[in-house]
Design a protein around this ligand. Structure first.
Ligand code: NI
Length: 636
């Protein structure tokens, strides 16, 4: 094949996300070579990241630029995936993937709503509930899951709410309980309606706009963040520098924000870190809610649902925004403005000591780099925040907000598996949010091991005459089966990723410690459908040897999948994970037993974990942070 001028690939680094021109080129090449028609609907088009070695070999190396494409063919109903070389303008692969359902697209969100609103049977069931104006209906496209009793097709399980008071009314205050429509997106019809009986639609408003919340408190004075000399951040394309940190910002439709090649003083820490999957299982056995368990990454492409962030609202101060370039269903590039927010924040105290004899104090203020995005998945918002600190710490924080998915019981009744929100019967079912983060560590290089570290008390005896003794114990996790672990706060359990070949000043391997925060396990039964499909959530820690293809802990296509794919499948081989290129998968569970205070829009609930250097440095790396400005010291 003749090499064509690589016009569309004038990018600086192999990890730069696809440009709009590259998305267009990928679609043009696919259409031309494979004769695709308008029946091919594009689900996602993203950079096919080059092999790790190619990235490590550095910039400027000749790396083939490739687009990874997932599409739906409306004619044969099949999911297709393939790769297009943008360097050679050639299709590298294009194949149907039998037996899977691709992620739900934004087009399908809207199509589902229209199909349901126009279905005579559904309208009849609505009329029985006193709803005759379907324009007021909000139809949420819940994924159908896999229970073995579904009708055939590319399914969504549609649930409805009503806007009783105009187009801006919060419809989640008015759930249509017990009415479920299975929509077949390929046949474009309602395949099945379940009506489990009329429950009156709660009518009390649940609005949250300023006019609804009035009178607003009036005692807030301006708080302004100013950086008159600009920020301490450098940005070149998607490469970010901040003090001793270097990283690259990436963004995929499926994961949203991705951190690549995170290093401190040119020492690598993480090769790649991202949200890899999530699932939100509901604990309510009532028919409307018992199958609610959305996989927001693998079923809905949470990155494609990212918000365009606004200065002064989502982000405060001197902000650098990254746009995300995605593809719509026609394969047209779509630029999502301000999808990722990058800024720095004052974070209070970094360290301090006051010498009471000399009365001299040394105080340093902490500053952190914040890289974030926010996605709206139907009723809920998820904010994903990565923080880098001056002491080498990396923190991941998820901010859960938005509106709870609601249901209704008859007035005067109480729900058995949720919190009553109004006296009319509006309630929020109990549920959990499980987020799995894929952390491809490269602690001072790719060859790492993982230790379980906990603290234990010494038994009483001659070596412990006062009974005060306790010590930290570390055990190397040799195989995948050993690395399937859960948190143990009472033994102060952490996990430590070490590089056995690189030693610190005291002769110990350098490492980074994974410190869990609050966490929880699923309450769903082991043989429940969601437990099979989201097996990743049954353990907080998994460790696998790096494989380029192993990216999605619930499998590549969890939508309508029976389960067992991803982590449970890969780790069945029980591969060795010692002194090799390891990938750590951390499951973060946020338990949500709803409160009245979560209604009508939920104040942020936080969940997260921390990666802290542990013998990575020979002493505090934050010593060289200068004293606060002014005359140099804070001592009066
Ligand atoms: Ni929740």
């Amino acid at each position: 094949m003749t090499r064509v001028e690589p016009a569309a690939t004038a990018v600086k680094h192999p990890l730069e996300p696809l440009t709009a021109a590259e998305i267009t080129a990928a679609v043009d090449v696919l259409r031309a070579e494979r004769g695709l028609t308008a029946s091919t609907r594009f689900v996602s088009i993203a950079l096919r990241e080059p092999a790790k070695e190619a990235i490590r070999d550095g910039e400027g190396a000749a790396v083939d630029r490739e687009a990874f494409v997932i599409a739906l063919n409306l004619d044969d109903g099949l999911t297709y995936e393939g790769a297009v070389s943008l360097t050679d303008r050639a299709v590298r692969s294009w194949e149907a993937v039998p037996g899977v359902q691709a992620q739900v697209t934004m087009d399908e969100f809207f199509a589902c709503e229209e199909i349901v609103k126009n279905d005579p049977g559904y309208r009849e069931a609505l009329a029985a509930r006193g709803i005759t104006d379907t324009d007021t209906l909000m139809v949420d496209p819940w994924s159908a899951g896999n229970y073995g009793d579904e009708v055939e097709g590319r399914l969504l399980r549609a649930l409805s709410w009503v806007r009783l008071d105009g187009p801006d009314d919060n419809g989640y205050a008015h759930p249509v309980e017990n009415l479920i429509a299975y929509v077949d997106l390929h046949a474009r019809r309602v395949a099945k309606i379940e009506d489990h009986g009329v429950v009156p639609v709660p009518r009390a408003p649940g609005n949250y706009t300023p006019d609804a919340a009035a009178p607003l408190r009036h005692d807030l004075r301006p708080l302004e963040i100013t950086q008159p000399e600009g920020t301490s951040i450098t940005v070149d394309g998607h490469e970010v520098g901040w003090q001793k940190w270097r990283l690259r910002v990436g963004f995929t439709p499926r994961e949203g924000l991705v951190l690549h090649t995170v290093s401190y003083q040119d020492r690598s820490v993480l090769h790649r870190a991202s949200l890899a999957e999530m699932v939100v299982p509901y604990g309510d056995p009532a028919p409307t809610h018992s199958r609610k368990n959305a996989f927001d990454a693998g079923e809905y492409n949470i990155g494609a649902l990212a918000n365009s962030l606004e200065l002064g609202c989502d982000c405060l101060g001197e902000i650098h925004y990254f746009d995300a370039v995605l593809a719509d269903c026609d394969g047209e590039p779509v630029t999502l403005r301000n999808a990722v927010c990058l800024h720095e924040e004052d974070y209070g105290l970094l360290w301090k000591h006051f010498d009471f004899r000399t009365e001299k104090a040394e105080t340093r203020r902490s500053r952190r780099l914040v890289i974030s995005f926010v996605a709206t998945v139907g009723n809920y918002e998820y904010g994903f925040y990565w923080y880098l600190y001056q002491d080498g710490t990396i923190q991941c924080e998820v901010k859960l907000t938005g509106i709870m998915s609601t249901g209704a019981v008859a007035p005067g009744q109480r729900p058995s598996h949720g919190q009553l929100l109004t006296s009319e019967g509006l309630y929020a079912p109990i549920h959990q949010h499980f987020l799995n983060f894929r952390l491809d560590f490269d602690v001072d290089g790719p060859h790492n091991s993982v230790q379980e570290v906990h603290t234990e008390a010494d038994p009483p005896g001659p070596g412990n005459p006062l009974g005060n003794a306790f010590r930290s114990r570390a055990t190397v996790l040799a195989r995948e089966s050993q690395a399937q672990q859960v948190i143990d706060p009472l033994s102060a359990r952490t996990w430590k990723v070490i590089n056995p070949s690189v030693r610190n000043a005291v002769g110990e391997p350098v490492g980074y410690r994974l410190v869990p925060g609050a966490n929880v396990l699923p309450f769903a039964a082991g043989d429940a459908s969601v437990s099979r499909r989201a097996a990743f959530a049954t353990k907080h820690l998994w460790v696998t040897p790096y494989r380029q293809a192993e990216r999605h802990p619930a499998g590549d296509y969890p939508n309508q999948h029976a389960g067992g794919a991803g982590l449970p499948e890969w780790t069945r081989a029980d591969r060795p994970i010692e002194d090799t290129d390891v990938v750590v998968w951390y499951t973060l569970g946020s338990h949500h037993s709803p409160r009245l205070e979560d209604w009508p829009v939920m104040p942020v609930q936080y969940a997260g974990f921390t990666l802290a250097p542990d013998g990575f440095f020979d002493h505090s790396p934050a010593l060289d942070v200068p004293p606060p400005s002014g005359d140099g010291h804070c001592t009066p």
